[in-house]
Design a protein around this ligand. Structure first.
Ligand code: SF4
Length: 242
């Protein structure tokens, strides 16, 4: 079947183990105020490609990525095109590739069931542990994300979590303790990646005529980041990556 693709990146060292191809799908129901990829929000936009064409393009990189890498499907929110996503993942698994799905967690269990078999690793963004704040930050509740993580633990699927560091929202001692307890409670979480916020998408927002709510937030200085990292390492040890 055909799906909408924002872009295909050939070499990424950041989106799963090893060197990876990353396929960015169109469509996202969230509106995170720090989003760097607002061009992926619309579902019916970008390149309209057959799954076989996408799989062929990625497979052309096979000889470079097959040793210790694979393919990651990101977005947007890739589960917005769940049947297309499922077809891609099944095709990549048939090619012998390690597969990862990078998701906001805003996905129903019914949809997760369609892809779990073909996905080796789920990379899940914890937008915010507090449901009320999560809705302010993203426009959506965190209940799906919590339910998805419970489901993935029941399935014993490997998970990497991501948390964006936002001044005053996700970097307080109280929040760090809360999220660390949650991470420790999940037996299948291999790492927690901390992503310091930055305003690098400001130009995109200007060009697209969008209101950049992020601009009110300051970028982190090295000393503050080091302090946050040290605290996380005290609580979670080697699981923490920044
Ligand atoms: S979930 Fe990702 S793509 Fe969607 S708005 Fe948030 S940061 Fe942007």
């Amino acid at each position: 079947m055909k799906g909408y693709i924002s872009s295909i990146e050939s070499f990424s060292a950041l989106d799963g183990p090893g060197i990876r191809s990353v396929v960015f799908l169109q469509g996202c129901p969230l509106r995170c105020f720090y989003c760097h990829n607002p061009e992926t929000w619309k579902t019916n936009d970008g390149m309209h490609l057959e799954s076989s064409e996408v799989i062929n393009r990625v497979n052309r990189n096979l000889k470079f990525i097959q040793k210790r890498g694979g393919v990651t499907i990101s977005g947007g929110e890739p589960t917005m095109q769940i049947d297309f996503l499922s077809e891609l993942l099944e095709g990549f698994k048939s090619s012998g590739l390690h597969t990862a799905v990078d998701t906001s967690g805003y996905v129903s269990i019914e949809d997760a069931e369609k892809i779990v078999e073909f996905t080796d690793l789920f990379i899940v963004d914890i937008k915010h542990m507090d449901n009320h704040i999560c809705q302010q930050v993203t426009g959506k509740s965190n209940e799906n994300m919590i339910a998805l993580l419970k489901y993935l633990e029941d399935k014993q699927k490997k998970v990497w979590l991501r948390s964006v560091l936002l001044p005053g929202l996700t970097d307080s001692e109280e929040y760090i303790s809360r999220i660390s307890s949650y991470v420790r409670s999940l037996s299948n979480v291999e790492r927690l990646e901390l992503l310091p916020c930055h305003d690098l998408a400001a130009n995109k927002y200007r060009q697209m005529g969008l209101n950049n709510r992020f601009s009110a937030y300051a970028n982190y200085d090295i000393k503050t980041l080091q302090k946050i990292k040290t605290r996380y390492i005290e609580l979670l040890g080697e699981k923490v990556v920044i």
